[in-house]
Design a protein around this ligand. Structure first.
Ligand SMILES: [Zn+2]
Ligand SMILES: [Zn+2]
Length: 376
């Protein structure tokens, strides 16, 4: 018997803002035959909205339609397909947007964030086992990043979950699936910030704030937050930024250089704009490291002064999922949260039902939120 449930379905990308009016995400009934071999049926307990969901809706990143977005979530395993060994019915799990096949060269070498079968499955809008498990009537509906969590249930590969440690609430667990790895993970893993280092974080949204928490945990001596919004900078200060810079007309990097007498050891672009990337690039000191994580629109033209890269001896890095191995790093980050060292609960600014997901998109588009928890 197929299971029928509610999901937020996107049938057309690029509808105009405000989304509360154009309603790109419609709550529809979808169905699934349930999990196949190596797969799970998960009842979603909490999902949170990420800027990447917005890029699905506004069409910045192309996905097969129709699709159910939502890639940062947690839930409880309700059913398991044949051969599932990693979890059992009743387990609380974090959903992870990069399946970890476990046997490709990247997974075997510990670089699960580079799992190529996982990436290919994600790009197809299907699961690691091939194809989609969601239907609307007789038509297939695609998965977002192997998950599709803006729904009452999700069918996912067991390679897409990590068990939740005891004592962590569902809405907190959800954050570990994307925001924590992409923000704190980028600082701790990709950049390997050390005690005493200085850091600039350009963009004080959800991922930027998570990066800020990571920089604090790493023992960064100076943490400069840069944003175009004074309210966000106030929040950044409360989260542990030692300095804040209001970027007005692109002068953010010049302010950082003046504040820090030449720029910081590391600079992170977390806003997903070319302007933020340029600010990060120029705010880093000679010999420093620039890390970009924000997913700038792929159509954005870009030129780089390569000679300055040489004479500045800068390192330029992209960070995907904070270079994390989810099975290794999510439990570590959850343990750090439980000890009060990584207070990711402070990223949650709003809670709302799934029926209000379009309003949450508007709030994300206008930079009015860090993380908004969506409950079925
Ligand atoms: Zn995300
Ligand atoms: Zn793999």
């Amino acid at each position: 018997m197929p299971l029928h449930f509610k999901a937020a379905v996107l049938r057309e990308a690029g509808l105009p803002e405000p989304y509360a009016q154009s309603r790109p995400l419609r709550i529809e009934e979808v169905s699934t035959e349930g999990p196949r071999a190596g797969e799970l049926l998960v009842r979603i307990q909490a999902a949170s909205l990420c800027r990447s969901d917005l890029s699905v809706v506004n069409g910045r990143r192309a996905w097969p339609m129709p699709i159910v977005p939502g890639h940062e979530a947690s839930g409880v395993v309700e059913d398991t397909g044949p051969g599932v060994t990693r979890v059992k019915r009743g387990d609380a799990v974090v959903l992870v947007f990069q399946p970890q096949c476990g046997i490709c060269p990247s997974c075997v070498s510990g670089d699960a964030y580079l799992c190529s079968p996982g990436l290919q499955a994600n790009r197809s809008g299907g699961l690691l086992g091939g194809g989609t498990r969601l239907r609307s009537g007789d038509s297939p509906v695609h998965h977002h990043m192997g998950l599709s969590a803006f729904a009452d249930y999700a069918v996912v590969s067991e390679a897409s979950v990590v068990p939740v440690l005891d004592g962590i609430a569902p809405e907190i667990a959800a954050l570990f699936g994307c925001a924590v790895m992409c923000g704190a993970g980028t600082v701790l893993n990709t950049a390997a910030v050390r005690p005493g280092d200085s850091v600039t974080i350009v963009g004080a949204g959800g991922v930027g704030s998570s990066a800020l928490l990571g920089a604090k945990l790493a023992g960064a001596e100076r943490i400069v937050a840069v944003d175009i919004d004074p309210a966000r900078l106030e929040t950044a200060r409360q989260l542990g930024a030692t300095d804040t810079v209001l970027d007005e007309g692109g002068n953010g990097a010049a302010q950082v250089i003046e504040l820090t007498h030449g720029g910081t050891d590391h600079a992170f672009e977390t806003a997903g704009t070319l302007g933020a990337f340029q600010t990060a690039y120029h705010a880093v000191r000679r010999g420093g490291q620039v890390v970009t994580v924000g997913l700038i629109d792929p159509k954005t033209p870009f030129s780089l002064d390569v000679a300055a890269l040489v004479t500045g001896a800068k390192t330029l890095r992209g960070s995907y999922i904070g270079s994390c191995n989810p099975q290794r790093d999510i439990p570590r980050y959850m343990a750090l949260y439980r000890r009060g060292l990584l207070p990711v609960d402070r990223l949650i600014t709003h809670r709302l039902p799934l029926t209000e997901v379009n309003t949450a998109l508007d709030r994300m588009a206008s930079n009015g939120a860090l993380r908004q928890i969506i409950q079925p």
